[in-house]
Design a binder for this molecule. Structure first.
Ligand SMILES: [Zn+2]
Length: 159
């Protein structure tokens, strides 16, 4: 009976957590002048990455000073939104309420520059189909004023 009750409570909890109007809870990043373009570019459907105006280096995570030429002339520019899975892990731990497990956490490398990488989730794809080298494209998940850049497999016709 206790088991049944526990099971019942878990089911109710799931139902409560997965209300369709209620987007899954995620930890939202803090917006600063440097990071805001990256987290809000999705409002225009663009993945914006910081770039040095002097030596043209792409810089991620965004920094106020270029690590190569020390210029402070840094501004965000759009990238293609394409990428490849550099590495990934499948998370089975329900760390956050409302985020269904398992899900894929990946480091995606952008083609604009060698080793230009960001940490993201791979979505619209079963976690066990994610693999290194997989071609992926950005999409945005709006959460309040933030547009989280997530990646999904690039359709074969576009790859
Ligand atoms: Zn530079």
């Amino acid at each position: 009976m206790l088991r049944l009750k526990l099971l019942y409570n878990l089911v109710i909890m799931e139902l409560v957590l997965q209300q369709p109007d209620d987007p899954p809870f995620r930890m939202l990043p803090e917006l600063t002048p440097e990071t805001a373009p990256f987290w809000t570019g999705g409002a225009q459907g663009k993945l914006l990455i910081a770039r040095c105006g002097a030596c043209r280096l792409w810089i991620h995570p965004p920094m106020p000073v270029c690590r190569v030429c020390l210029s402070r002339d840094i501004a965000a520019e759009p990238v293609s939104g394409r990428g490849k899975v550099h590495s990934f892990t499948i998370n089975h731990q329900p760390f956050l309420p409302g985020v269904a497990v398992p899900f894929a956490i990946a480091i995606v490398e952008l083609p604009e520059q060698e080793a230009l990488r960001l940490t993201t989730n791979i979505v619209d794809c079963p976690p066990d189909a994610v693999h290194i080298g997989m071609a992926v494209s950005v999409r945005f998940l709006r959460q309040e004023d933030v547009y989280l850049p997530l990646f999904a497999p690039t359709p074969a016709a576009e790859a």
